[in-house]
Design a protein around this ligand. Structure first.
Ligand SMILES: N[C@@H](CCC(=O)N[C@@H](CS)C(=O)NCC(=O)O)C(=O)O
Length: 207
């Protein structure tokens, strides 16, 4: 049994989709960021970072999307969502690290700029560059990933829900996915999967 702490439409959508793909027993606890629930003492006691996702597992709690996604895939290897071989696994980590440390941070400058600056002029300047920085991320992903059709090639892996969340960041930042045909096809392929649709419905997200 797993418990996922999430806020609607946040990056916790990635482990939510993956858990449904794996068919594991999943409970959901909503931690609505817009209402500040991620800063409530009860949640900070669970995750002092004040961020979602947080996943309770039978072996303990985990944070950070790359760790949560790989853990879930590795703990249920019979579903085949953990790439096989050292290099393929390293490639999966390489992609998730990029999405977490480069793309997510580029997107965070839109709504969370106050982490880095308080001056309204500086904040506005940071926000101005969000579409450009995400476009650079999309260009990098479009030109370097196999995306054939899944992020790492022919097989769906634990990276795919996270790449789908990236497509949602593009949309939220007003960056069209149309100039990135492989990413656009990936987004459509993700939306065609019942697990994606079930996670979106559970979080009451309309695509
Ligand atoms: N590196 C973390 C980032 C988690 C993160 O920043 N989550 C956002 C939601 S997408 C959050 O909780 N934001 C609350 C805040 O910034 O105060 C991960 O990948 O899990």
């Amino acid at each position: 049994m797993y418990t996922l702490y999430y806020s609607k439409g946040s990056s916790a959508l990635a482990p939510h989709i993956l858990a449904l793909e794996l068919g594991v027993d999943l409970a959901l606890v909503e931690v609505p960021i817009p209402q500040g629930a991620h800063q409530a003492p009860e949640f900070l006691a669970r995750n002092p970072k004040g961020r979602v996702p947080l996943l309770d597992t039978p072996e303990g709690s985990l944070t950070e999307n790359p760790a949560i996604l790989e853990y879930l895939a590795a703990r249920h290897p019979q579903r085949g969502l953990l790439p096989e071989g050292h290099l393929a696994q390293a490639r999966a980590r390489e992609l998730c690290a990029y999405l977490c440390a480069a793309a997510h941070i580029a997107f965070a400058h839109k709504l969370r700029g106050k982490r880095w600056a308080q001056d309204p002029v500086a904040l506005a300047d940071m926000q101005k560059y969000v579409p450009q920085n995400l476009t650079e991320c999309a260009t990098y992903l479009e030109t370097t990933l196999p995306l054939g059709p899944w992020a790492l090639g022919a097989d769906y892996s634990f990276c795919d829900p996270y790449l789908y969340v990236f497509a949602r960041w593009l949309d939220a930042a007003g960056v069209s996915i149309d100039p990135f045909p492989k990413l656009a096809a990936h987004k459509l392929a993700m939306l065609a999967r019942p697990a994606t649709q079930a996670a979106l419905a559970a979080q009451e997200i309309q695509e």
